[in-house]
Design a protein around this ligand. Structure first.
Ligand SMILES: *Cc1c(COP(=O)(O)O)cnc(C)c1O
Length: 407
């Protein structure tokens, strides 16, 4: 970091290039474009793919179970995000519902949307567990749609093909452009930052161009010795470049990425082991054919066994000093998407049901065993305190009360 400050090169320069090369090598792809957020990466990806440049209105399949960014970039291009329900186990996009929604959209049967051309799909690897790549490829080939991955949670993550036991890293040609996030709470961070990776040179060039005001290639070295002071604007681009200060952090984080992932995996194993006996809690899935990034540890409450709601459960956790969150309120339950596209909760039965019982427990490198014990103990105490009183235990209570009254 000091070296960056001493170099006098604070904005996009040699360290950004080094970070891009190191990241491309880490995921195994030829091109990486560093930008100042994953949202920027997603925006540049759909722009480079020509989203919105059609004679009919373009639409893109987007999971409802995701963060704001995944769908808003589709809106930036004046296209329509067609929301898709999630798989009940992984919470990743449900391909059966994607088929359904695509067919409805193509026939113009989705209220509030009208006739559209479905051109792409943006799956999210929720929490760091990759979508089924086999299904994804089948889907994209069958319907002739491009795939851009929202891989904000998925570095490092991988998927194993059962047929030959081979592993594929997220970003290694797993889609036309894979977009990673280095936001403060993500698996590796530059404070704010992101990366778009692709094996398509033309897409990489377009994204790089648009990431800095649409200035011609020469502009990139106009500040270096021998660089040209002149530049040409060839498109109305954006201001999405990453700084060398951030890239210096990124290079350092990248070197520790696998060690940090292993730390999160140990925490996840411990959670799974300690939460297993608690009947009121379900732990997240851990498919054996995935290298899991463990960005999140989302537990689900068995609401049928509890007398309190998820929101009250979170209040109680927070009172005990356990910081937690929910990933996410699904997009179809946000006013903007409801009002703009008339989505209804019963079009997404799984997401509507599951989000009500989701809680993401803290998981981060450096979390101490004591901190984790405190989380587990608090969850366990809350479950004992608020579990539904069953018929059988009601009898036990009466007996013990009569027992007390005898003494
Ligand atoms: C964090 C996140 C983003 C956005 O990342 P930024 O780098 O903050 O733009 C996009 N999608 C998902 C699923 C995220 O969790």
């Amino acid at each position: 970091m000091l070296a960056v400050l001493r170099s006098g090169w604070l904005t996009t320069g040699p360290r950004v290039r080094r970070f891009e090369e190191a990241f491309a090598a880490a995921v195994g792809t030829p091109h990486a474009v560093a930008v100042n957020s994953a949202t920027a990466a997603l925006h540049l990806a759909v722009e480079a793919l020509g989203l919105g440049n059609g004679s009919r209105r373009h639409a893109v399949l987007v999971p409802t179970m995701t963060f704001a960014a995944t769908a808003e970039v589709v809106r930036y291009m004046n296209a329509v995000p067609i929301l898709v329900d999630c798989d009940p186990v992984t919470l990743n996009i449900d391909f059966a519902d994607a088929e359904r929604k695509l067919a409805q959209a193509t026939r113009g049967e989705l209220a509030g949307i009208g006739g559209v051309d479905v051109v792409g799909i943006i799956p999210v690897h929720v929490g760091g567990v990759m979508v089924d790549l086999h299904r994804l490829r089948e889907f994209s080939a069958a319907h002739g749609v491009w795939v851009v991955e929202d891989a904000a949670h998925a570095f490092p993550a991988a998927w194993r093909r059962d047929a030959d036991d081979s592993w594929t890293r997220c970003g290694n040609d797993t889609s036309v452009v894979s977009c990673f996030s280095f936001y403060a709470n993500k698996t590796i961070t530059t404070g704010e930052g992101g990366m778009a990776v692709t094996s398509d040179r033309r897409l990489a060039d377009r994204m790089r161009l648009m990431s800095l005001h649409g200035l011609s290639r020469d502009a990139w070295n106009r500040y270096s010795a021998g660089g040209n002071w002149d530049y040409q604007i060839v498109a109305p681009g954006f201001k999405y470049n990453l700084t060398d200060i951030c890239a210096a952090l990124g290079i350092h984080q990248l070197a520790r990425a696998e060690a940090m992932r292993a730390e999160r995996e140990l925490l996840a194993m411990k959670y799974a082991e300690r939460l297993r006996p608690i009947a009121e809690i379900e732990s997240p899935p851990w498919p054996s054919n995935r290298l899991h990034a463990w960005h999140l540890y989302p537990i689900r409450l068995r609401l049928d066994r509890l007398r309190i709601t998820r929101n009250v459960f979170i209040d109680e956790l927070q009172k005990a000093g356990v910081g937690c969150s929910v990933h996410w309120r699904p997009l179809h339950l946000h006013p903007y998407y409801q009002q703009t596209f008339a989505w209804l909760p019963d079009q997404f039965p799984i997401a509507t049901r599951e989000w009500e019982r989701l809680i993401s427990l803290p998981i981060y490198p450096g979390m101490t065993p004591d901190e984790q014990e405190h989380v587990v103990d608090t969850v366990s105490e809350l479950c004992s305190k608020y579990k539904t009183v069953k018929q059988k235990s009601a009898v036990v209570t009466r007996t013990s009360q009569s027992g007390r009254s005898r003494t």
